[in-house]
Each structure stands twice: as structure tokens, then as C-alpha cells.
Design a protein around this ligand. Structure first.
Ligand code: ZN
Length: 289
């Protein structure tokens, strides 16, 4: 946080320096655009292909093939979900929340894509529908589906409260990935990464820049739909914070399950479509030898 009382006096031209116009870091003009018309056609006639229920204060893994769709639904009560994605055949290709944030902004919605980490850096999934897209940004600057948080975890909990809590999203995702892959907990933990905070309502305080959360506006029946751009292994945790209106990293909040459904696209709708190739950068990094 910035100090309330800076040690250094502002220079004479401080206001001039502050008044410089911001520039969007990554103008989206040259970003490859998803074929939303095709994806909507795929969604219109999609056929159920499987489902998994994520238990409260737990997590579950699911697999989606490239060109299939998946939906995360709030079924029983306001609940936040923490989503991790990996390439199905290579856990080193994982969702990169930071670059996704830089490209699409702090909170995602329809048309935004979930990008994978270097050196792969390609779309892993595209959001094709969002029943909470009406929310926009509220008066506090908050919105839903953020890529600005991390995931609740037992390490931060230990630092802040001095106690151990084992059902944070980080631990839930670790257990689920270990169960799905046969990795040990210690091995699986290294693959768990910063998340898409599905349904979570968050922002930064305008005066201090601190990360805040507020009770999610999600209600039973709300959903977030994705097109899988590559073969995916996903993991979703039903956060112990419930609607994240009060606290997480404890058993205090009221928690609910989340539903993940996988769908085949409408017959014929994805004909001629191919998953995006891995990033074309050659990986030389300027080395001369
Ligand atoms: Zn959590």
C-alpha cells in the first residue's frame, strides 16, 4: 500500500506528471478473435456428455476434449468456484491468470479467452456465455469472474492467523489433481496455479488499492459457459468462503456445491475447426550461440 504520509515531498510538476493519459498496455485490435458465431451454433444444439458435482469445501477434476463445451453452474446457493486448467497431455501447459488479465482486463466475460503459460501461450478455452454479464462493474468497482486474486491457501492462512486449515481452494485443487492423475500430493501441488475466480465478486479499493471481495450476486441457475480450445484437464474448487461475503479459509461460511457439465457441440457445428497451435515464438531469447 502507498504510505498515508509519504516521506518524500511531491515535485513541483507532480500534477503534470500524474495527468499523463493512460495507454492500454495490450490493445486487443490484433488479438486473434474467436469465431463466436460458430461457438454459438455449437452451443445451440449441444448434447450432454458428462457431469461432475463439486462438493462444498472440496474440488473435482473433469476432462473436456477440444471442441467440446463445459458449463459451471450454481445449483443450490450462492457459491464461488476456483478454476484451474491444464492441457490434458501436459500439465506444464497451465492457465496463466496474469497474462489473461493483461489481455482481457481484471474480470472476464463472454468472448474472453483463458490463455496458457509460456512457452505455450495460446487460448485454452473461450467464454461463450455468462448469465452474470448484466452485473458489469458496481459502485465499488467490483465485478465477477476475476483474474486478480490468487486462490485461498493454507500458507497465507498460517501467516495471518497462525492456524492450519485444510480445505482452502489450493488444498482442494491439490487433492483433486492428485486423485485424477495418480501424482502424490507434493507433486500435484506444484501444478496448482492462480485461478479464474468463477462467480466471485472482487475489486480493488479505489483509495488504497487493496483487494476486496463482497457477497457474490450469483444465484442458483446462474452459469458460465466455455468452449474448450484444446484438450483440457480442469479442476474446480467450491471455495470455503461460500459466496465470499464475509471470510474464507475457515468453516464459518455457508457453502454449496457447484456443477460442471461437459457437452458435445451441435452435430456438424465444429466441422473444419482445429485447436490453436502452440505459440510460434521460436524460443531463442536472443542467444547467439
Ligand atoms: Zn477459495
Amino acid at each position: 500500500m502507498k504510505p498515508a504520509e509519504p516521506r518524500h515531498a511531491a515535485p513541483a510538476d507532480a500534477e503534470t506528471r500524474r495527468a499523463v493519459a493512460p495507454v492500454i498496455c495490450y490493445p486487443p485490435d490484433t488479438l486473434p478473435q474467436p469465431d463466436m458465431a460458430r461457438y454459438r451454433a455449437a452451443q445451440d444444439g449441444m448434447v450432454a456428455a458428462g457431469a461432475v458435482t463439486v462438493p462444498p469445501r472440496g474440488a473435482a477434476c473433469f476432462r473436456v476434449r477440444a471442441g467440446q463445451l463445459f458449463r459451471i453452474t450454481c445449483t443450490e446457493g450462492a457459491q464461488v468456484g476456483d478454476l484451474n486448467l491444464w492441457a490434458a497431455d501436459d500439465l506444464s501447459e497451465r492457465f496463466y491468470a496474469g497474462k489473461t488479465r493483461a489481455l482481457h482486463g481484471t474480470h472476464l466475460s463472454t468472448g474472453d479467452r483463458l490463455w496458457s503459460a509460456f512457452p505455450h501461450m495460446r487460448p485454452m478455452a473461450t467464454i461463450i456465455d455468462d448469465s452474470l454479464d448484466w452485473y458489469g462493474f458496481d459502485a465499488d468497482g467490483g465485478s465477477v469472474h476475476d483474474v486478480i486474486g490468487t486462490r485461498c491457501d493454507p500458507y497465507t492462512g498460517r501467516v495471518l492467523s497462525g492456524t492450519d486449515y485444510h480445505h482452502c481452494c489450493h488444498s482442494n485443487l491439490t487433492r483433486a489433481l492428485a486423485a485424477a492423475t495418480g501424482l502424490s500430493l507434493a507433486e500435484a501441488e506444484h501444478h496448482v496455479h492462480d485461478v479464474l475466480n468463477v462467480f466471485m465478486c472482487t475489486g480493488f479499493n479505489r483509495d488504497t488499492g487493496q483487494y476486496f471481495m463482497k457477497a457474490s450476486p450469483v444465484r442458483p441457475g446462474d452459469y458460465l459457459d466455455f468452449m474448450a480450445e484444446i484438450d483440457l484437464l480442469g479442476a474446480l474448487s467450491a471455495c470455503p468462503g461460500g459466496d465470499c461475503g464475509a471470510e474464507h479459509s475457515s468453516d464459518t461460511a455457508s457453502c454449496h456445491p457447484l456443477l460442471v457439465q461437459v457437452f458435445d457441440p451441435a452435430p456438424g457445428s465444429m466441422e473444419g475447426w482445429a485447436p490453436p497451435a502452440r505459440n510460434a515464438y521460436g524460443g531463442g531469447h536472443g542467444a547467439s550461440g
